[in-house]
Design a protein around this ligand. Structure first.
Ligand SMILES: *[C@@H]1O[C@H](CO)[C@@H](O)[C@H](O)[C@H]1NC(C)=O
Ligand SMILES: *[C@@H]1O[C@H](CO)[C@@H](O)[C@H](O)[C@H]1NC(C)=O
Ligand SMILES: *[C@@H]1O[C@H](CO)[C@@H](O)[C@H](O)[C@H]1NC(C)=O
Ligand SMILES: *[C@@H]1O[C@H](CO)[C@@H](O)[C@H](O)[C@H]1NC(C)=O
Ligand SMILES: *[C@@H]1O[C@H](CO)[C@@H](O)[C@H](O)[C@H]1NC(C)=O
Ligand SMILES: *[C@@H]1O[C@H](CO)[C@@H](O)[C@H](O)[C@H]1NC(C)=O
Ligand SMILES: *[C@@H]1O[C@H](CO)[C@@H](O)[C@H](O)[C@H]1NC(C)=O
Ligand SMILES: *[C@@H]1O[C@H](CO)[C@@H](O)[C@H](O)[C@H]1NC(C)=O
Ligand SMILES: *[C@@H]1O[C@H](CO)[C@@H](O)[C@H](O)[C@H]1NC(C)=O
Ligand SMILES: *[C@@H]1O[C@H](CO)[C@@H](O)[C@H](O)[C@H]1NC(C)=O
Ligand SMILES: *[C@@H]1O[C@H](CO)[C@@H](O)[C@H](O)[C@H]1NC(C)=O
Ligand SMILES: *[C@@H]1O[C@H](CO)[C@@H](O)[C@H](O)[C@H]1NC(C)=O
Length: 683
């Protein structure tokens, strides 16, 4: 066939597909599902015009659209949701939304609309059904914001976080009568002057991460959630003259500078009260002294000429307001030395009480001093020296399940205090000087500070790290089905084979770091999943570990010089995570290292940091160590050397014997000749 006759066919096959592609330039990168078009991250620079006309939800987040021009949405009259966040919008033209009167939800967050706020304001006027508007992170000041928000009377949810709002007053949100939720977090607010007074439907208000110095005359009775965390608030004072019940359920004032417990409404429904990281204390004991000079009113000035006087009896601890519905109280990281008489009893529904990092000196685990409902109590990192308990016959804290007393200095404690808590499931008593009572015959008047851990049928997790425990007798955990036991940092502890024998059937998590452990038979502990034997003096990997199905094994800071290849093989298959650094590994016996490196099942967390000791007693990075430096030390090579040595000895032996044989032969030869010669021959 002549070449010329093939050409048209070739042309057809090449050109037609190209033309087909060119004639459909609108092939859309968007994902369509029913009436939703998802065009997020499609590198678009304009609103696509080729989507179905009945599209109701259009997502254009993470593109590079600079402007929304007039008529750009005309094609989509059914639009209810339009999201154009994370673009580089600087302009929204005045009639950009003119044909989209049905839009209810508009998200323009993370753009640059500060300069174009006038056009934006005008464009929003046509959205008479707008309920949700997100203008977060657009560089807006309060004047721009109040301009944009004018007449948006239908708005219910407004997000303005991460802008440059400094101060709010009555005019800022004046038309937003329907507003239910307002997020103003991460602005620069230092003053709020009547800005929320007319927002009668507002239920959720977020003011977190601003610079507010106080919240006084609080009177938003309809508010359900108020978040004012991460400000500089020194005072929170409710207007005391309001008899109504506040709807407030969640109040977050954490990370502020409160000196006093907040002055809460006298009737409220508050359930969650978050006050961590302030300077709160109770000072009633100071106020009793009549000689005291201290003022008892707080003056509050705003930026205008108006100064108001708010008088509260700051020393009167009865005036904390209504806390009877509180379920969660977080007072971690404050200055509490004690509670006023009966304070905790004012919260008969309290389940979670968090008092970490305060200055409490004593604690009473009795229903006289604690709400009976208490479920979780964290008093870690305080100055507790005394712990009091219920007399055994009386009512108990029946619901107390999690108790954290770590990092204190407990010196007085009834040994059987934990047996009075029938639901107790986890106790952290680490870093106190409380030993473990040798179970039998403990009298409550025992001088020794120790706790009884036997026959606690609900207890699952026990943490007694750093408690100077010296010995454990075999029956101490009898009748207590622990799954977790943390004994680390008790360096004088003699862990012998028997002392944990009652836990053989239950233990899953065992911490024995820094306990002077040398060898231990782990094989009976068949349920063990997590084992920490770091910081001990282990010379050789205990063989009993190989039979377990561990998930995590911490072997750091021991004296291991190698891990036998056969053990390494099993570990690499069974264990999920292992820590090995800080041992005295021999650089010339790193077969295990390669196995761990290659294993897919095992994650050797610190493998890249592992060091080893080379022939010259220097510490080297195992990862960078070149095994050739070991020279003849490697086992395969030494076998060759043995063979060579054997061979050379053998060869020389053979040589010697040949020489010997030959020299002997020399003497024999003439003899034979002589013999022959002697023989009479018949020549
Ligand atoms: C915009 O980007 C930020 C940061 O990448 C991200 O946190 C946010 O969720 C994005 N917003 C939307 C609506 O995609
Ligand atoms: C807001 O509405 C009022 C009354 O309907 C009107 O007079 C005013 O011009 C509107 N403001 C803007 C900025 O559109
Ligand atoms: C308060 O707001 C901050 C920042 O938005 C957030 O991290 C925190 O979880 C909020 N608190 C509550 C109780 O929702
Ligand atoms: C108040 O009086 C008590 C003894 O009654 C005393 O210990 C305390 O230091 C006094 N406080 C002040 C602030 O004077
Ligand atoms: C009361 O205040 C005055 C002035 O601040 C001070 O000089 C005086 O010592 C104070 N008195 C007492 C009892 O603290
Ligand atoms: C000061 O506040 C009062 C009521 O709180 C108000 O009537 C008065 O107009 C305010 N004065 C100024 C100058 O703002
Ligand atoms: C606040 O009250 C105190 C005492 O009642 C008074 O001396 C002071 O002048 C008042 N301040 C203002 C701004 O009203
Ligand atoms: C115990 O505390 C839990 C909180 O997790 C709560 O749901 C439960 O109602 C409490 N029980 C009693 C009897 O207070
Ligand atoms: C107890 O509190 C300490 C310090 O506050 C913390 O590190 C530890 O994890 C807590 N224990 C438990 C069991 O949660
Ligand atoms: C645990 O309780 C049983 C029976 O209630 C008792 O026989 C045993 O001695 C107790 N064990 C310890 C260590 O107190
Ligand atoms: C093992 O115990 C030590 C001491 O308590 C601790 O520092 C280390 O993080 C633990 N290892 C793992 C893997 O949790
Ligand atoms: C474990 O030992 C290492 C090195 O000896 C030391 O730096 C570390 O603090 C120890 N860790 C504990 C929890 O004792």
């Amino acid at each position: 066939m002549p070449v010329l006759s093939v050409l048209p066919a070739l042309l057809y096959f090449i050109v037609v597909p190209v033309l087909l592609v060119l004639s459909h330039p609108n092939i859309s990168p968007c994902r369509l599902t029913q009436t939703t078009a998802l065009c997020n991250g499609c590198k678009l620079s304009t609103v696509p015009q080729n989507l179905p006309q009945q599209t109701e939800e259009l997502f254009l987040n993470h593109n590079s659209i600079l402007a929304l021009q007039s008529g750009c949405l005309l094609r989509y009259p059914a639009l209810r949701l339009f999201s154009c966040a994370n673009n580089s919008l600087t302009t929204v033209e005045g009639d950009a939304f003119s044909g989209s009167a049905l839009i209810e939800n508009l998200n323009l967050a993370n753009n640059q609309l500060h300069n174009g706020h006038k056009g934006l304001a005008q464009s929003l006027r046509s959205l008479t059904r707008l309920r949700t508007l997100d203008l977060s992170s657009n560089g807006l000041t309060e004047d721009m914001a109040s301009y944009v928000l004018q007449n948006l009377t239908s708005l219910e949810f407004l997000y303005l976080s991460g802008n440059f709002l400094l101060r709010l007053d009555e005019s800022t949100f004046k038309d937003l009568h329907q507003l239910k939720e307002l997020n103003l977090d991460r602005n620069l607010l230092f003053e709020i002057d009547g800005a929320f007074d007319h927002l009668k439907k507002l239920q959720r208000l977020n003011l977190a991460f601003n610079s507010l110095p106080c919240l006084v005359q609080f009177e938003m009775t309809q508010l359900v959630v108020l978040n004012a965390s991460h400000n500089r608030i020194e005072w929170f004072i409710t207007n005391p003259d309001l008899p109504e019940t506040f709807q407030l359920e969640t109040l977050d004032l954490s990370d502020n500078q409160l000196l006093f417990f907040p002055f809460l409404p006298s009737h409220s429904r508050i359930k969650t009260l978050l006050l961590s990281n302030n300077h709160i204390g109770f000072y009633g004991h100071l106020a009793d002294n009549s000689s005291s000079n201290w003022t008892d009113s707080v003056e509050y000035y705003n930026m205008g000429k108006n100064a108001s006087n708010i008088t509260v009896e700051i020393w009167d601890e009865g005036l904390t307001g209504d806390i009877s519905t509180v379920e969660l109280l977080d007072l971690s990281g404050n200055q509490l030395r004690s509670f006023p008489e009966g304070f905790l009893q004012k919260m008969p529904r309290l389940y979670w009480l968090r008092l970490r990092r305060n200055c409490l000196e004593s604690l009473s685990l009795t229903v006289q001093d604690m709400p009976e409902t208490l479920y979780e109590l964290d008093v870690s990192d305080n100055r507790l020296t005394e712990l009091h308990a219920q007399p055994s016959s009386a009512n108990k804290l029946n619901n107390l399940t999690h108790l954290n007393l770590s990092l204190n200095d407990i010196q007085v404690l009834p040994p059987r205090v934990f047996t009075t808590l029938p639901s107790l499931s986890s106790v952290d008593l680490s870093y106190n000087s409380v030993g473990v009572c040798p179970s039998r015959d403990v009298s409550d008047s025992d001088a020794q500070v120790c706790a009884v851990w036997s026959n606690l049928s609900s207890l699952k997790q026990l943490y007694i790290a750093g408690c100077s425990v010296r010995s454990l007798s075999p029956s101490v955990f009898e009748g207590t089905p622990l799954t977790h036991l943390e004994l680390s940092n008790n360096p004088d502890l003699a862990v012998d084979q028997n002392c944990l024998s009652s836990l053989v059937g239950s233990l899953q998590h065992l911490g024995l770091s820094n306990t002077g452990l040398q060898n231990f038979d782990f094989s009976p502990y068949r349920h063990l999943k997590f084992l920490n034997i770091s910081n001990n003096s282990i010379w050789e990997l205990p063989k009993s570990l190989i039979s377990l199905n561990l998930k995590l094994l911490d072997l750091r800071n021991n004296m291991l010089s190698t891990i036998q290849s056969e053990d390494a093989t099993v570990l690499a298959q069974r264990v999920r995570a292992v820590y090995v650094n800080g041992n005295a590994f021999n650089c010339c016996q790193l077969e295990w290292y390669r196995m761990f490196e290659e294993s897919k099942a095992l994650h050797a967390v610190d493998l890249s940091e592992v060091t080893c000791i080379d022939l010259h007693q220097r510490r080297r990075k195992a990862m960078l160590f070149n095994s050739l430096e070991c020279g003849g030390q490697s086992t395969e090579e030494s076998i060759i050397w043995y063979i060579l040595l054997f061979l050379s000895v053998g060869v020389s032996l053979v040589g010697i014997s040949i020489i010997y044989f030959l020299t002997f032969r020399q003497k024999l030869l003439p003899h034979a000749i002589k013999k022959r010669c002697w023989r009479p021959t018949s020549y």
